[in-house]
Design a binder for this molecule. Structure first.
Ligand code: GLC
Ligand code: CA
Length: 604
């Protein structure tokens, strides 16, 4: 397993992590898990009710601000745009809004390169707009979670400008520098670098600096207590303003082995030891908790890139006093070809693996900590294209089925804006249409190496991040009602039929189904806290499970295939009462599930 291939994983933001070089082990693990439960009924632990918390009962709605609503016609979504649509968000029944970074940024990586952590990105508005937005959200009893991006800053951040000004600058140790006279640093892979090189040479101070992501995203040095103090101060600034939490970008990466040793030939499965999860990681998170988090009633969620089931509780078990929730990458990594850059297996993903994986992760948090569940976000293609079926015949049905899955698992759902309309991948043909640094720089790299560009572009139609970043589809007017100007990225041409305006009028729309599933979750605490039991494990088409809590038992049946399917439950369901279904006659005959049918039934 060579370094290059291995590191594809790292950057592709761990979709790859779980597939690329760890692919074999991961599938063996999944297989082992599956074997374990093959012949014995899963004896799941009791319901996780250690402590009820608002963030366990919440549905999080993620807004990508750049693409939600533009208020001033410059083609870029903004805070005033968000304010103007808060009644819509409220109408969904969700509780928390997570916003991707809204801070000052030159936008090399759409806001994940921050040049001022206490300033608002010019294109998005001003601090007054932010204050007004926060107020408007709280008035509607919507909580707001911001993105904390502290593994790296922008190279245009004042700290970095100072840091690179001289070797003796007081800010020098805010970043990771490697002086030229020590020889070339040992290779590290960078996600968004055209040469995949995480070390950039700076001629002025004759040193290299580390950047796991783009050359404009230098990694911050968490070993430096002064840097940590600055970060905590900045976090308090936002909490004192009244925000309700942070989603922590690539947080396991903040601590790393800063001796940057040679990577052993074979380190597959062990990459995080060298790139992330350094020995001080949990010391820092505990310090952050003591200094900041413990002082507020807020929620935190770690972007757990590369974190496996064995390590997850180290982040979120209550007695650790670190974070609240973690989202793993194993799920979104399913179905990719090993050793290739985000190429899907033409056969798609295997439902048996999918079920085993989500059951395995449920088990992790059965007693301690708390999980998350998601199938889409700004780093992923659209949920329905990736996990369902976006053909005209099945787009709506399979969107509803996937939504049912997300809203009936024991974990806080993180729901990506637009999925409630069944928005699907735009599938650009040309590289010119892409805006994402990941796709653009990988294309440059493949071109320079005279690789197969067409193969790459075909793969990106399914997996590129820009698929999930096209403008939100409000109505059938020009640019889907997103902007009066020219949108920063093309609008999906299906906006004339797939939009809020059309779906508001249709009681059976994907949108109204989403609202119903949220209500069903709220009205049935079993769906939040209840014990999860996987049924009919070997069924290749149907994902079936029960959720049990305080004497109530709920059955969830999800047909993941485009054919009729039957689940072998082994118990009587004749008295079951329908709570939710995605066909007009759902529940009448659950012994045959129609294509992509989803039903939720109360058993007792
Ligand atoms: C996270 C973000 C992603 C970003 C990367 C670098 O994975 O979700 O969008 O590109 O970190 O900050
Ligand atoms: Ca704007």
């Amino acid at each position: 397993m060579n370094f290059k291939n291995y590191m594809f994983a790292l950057i592709a933001m761990a979709m790859m992590l779980s597939n690329c070089n760890q692919k074999e082990e991961k599938s063996v693990q999944v297989q082992k898990f599956y074997e374990l439960f093959k012949n014995s009924e899963k004896t799941d632990s009791t319901a996780n009710t250690n402590s009820k918390k608002w963030w366990k009962e919440a549905v999080v709605y993620q807004i990508y601000p750049r693409s939600f609503k533009d208020s001033n016609g410059d083609g870029v979504g903004d805070l005033k745009g968000i304010i103007s649509k808060l009644d819509y968000v409220k109408s969904l029944g969700v509780d928390v809004i997570w916003l991707n970074p809204i801070f000052s940024s030159p936008n090399d990586d759409n806001g994940y390169d921050i040049s001022d952590y206490q300033g608002i990105m010019k294109e998005f508005g001003t601090m007054e707009d932010f204050d007004a937005m926060l107020k408007a959200m709280h008035e509607r009893k919507l909580k707001v979670v911001l993105d904390l991006v502290v593994n790296h800053s922008s190279d245009e951040h004042e700290w970095f400008k100072q840091s690179k000004s001289s070797r003796t600058s007081p800010y020098r140790k805010y970043y990771h520098w490697w002086e030229e006279e020590k020889g070339k640093p040992n290779p590290r892979y960078s996600g968004f670098d055209v040469n995949s090189d995480a070390w950039a040479y700076d001629a002025k101070t004759k040193s290299y600096y580390l950047h796991y992501f783009s050359v404009k995203q230098p990694d911050l040095n968490w070993e430096n207590p002064k840097l940590r103090e600055e970060i905590y101060k900045m976090m308090k600034f936002w909490f004192d303003k009244g925000i309700d939490g942070f989603r922590m970008d690539v947080i396991p990466f903040i601590a790393k082995d800063t001796t940057f040793p040679v990577l052993p030939e074979k380190y597959k499965g062990d990459w995080s030891k060298y790139y992330a999860e350094g020995e001080n990681l949990h010391k820092y998170l505990q310090e952050m908790n003591t200094e900041v988090l413990s002082k507020y009633d807020i929620m935190t969620v770690a972007e757990g890139a590369g974190v496996g089931t064995d390590k997850a509780l180290d982040f979120v078990a209550e007695d650790r006093k670190e974070l609240n929730m973690l989202y793993h990458f194993e799920g979104v990594g399913l179905g990719y070809l090993p050793n290739e850059f985000k190429q899907m297996n033409p056969k798609g993903y295997d439902l048996l693996e999918f079920k085993a994986l989500y059951s395995k992760w449920d088990e992790v948090f059965a007693q301690k900590g708390w999980g998350t569940i998601y199938l889409g976000n700004h780093d992923q293609p659209r949920m329905v294209t990736r996990w369902g079926n976006d053909s005209p015949e099945f787009r709506e049905l399979s969107s509803k089925m996937l939504t049912t899955f997300l809203m009936t698992m024991r974990a806080t759902p993180y729901y990506y804006f637009g999925d409630e309309l069944g928005m699907n991948n735009i599938k650009f043909d040309k590289i010119e249409d892409y805006k994402d640094i990941e796709t653009i720089n990988m294309h440059k790299q493949i071109k320079a190496k005279k690789g197969d560009l067409q193969y790459f572009l075909n793969g990106q139609k399914i997996s590129a991040r820009d698929n999930g970043r096209t403008p939100f589809q409000w109505d059938g007017s020009a640019n889907a009602g997103f902007t009066a100007g020219k949108p920063w990225i093309k609008v999906n041409p299906n906006y004339t039929t797939v939009n809020v305006e059309v779906q508001e009028k249709d009681p059976n729309s994907v949108l109204n189904y989403f609202r119903k599933t949220v209500q069903t979750r709220k009205q049935n605490p079993a769906l939040t806290y209840g014990k999860y039991t996987l049924l009919d494990k070997e069924n290749k088409q149907v994902y079936a499970y029960t959720r049990e809590f305080e004497g109530k038992k709920i059955l969830v049946l999800l047909n993941f295939s485009k054919e009729n399917a039957a689940a072998n439950l082994g118990f009587d369901t004749s008295k079951a009462k329908l709570l939710l279904g995605n066909y007009p006659d759902s529940g009448k005959n659950i012994s045959t599930l129609k294509p992509y049918e989803a039903v939720v039934l109360a058993l007792e």
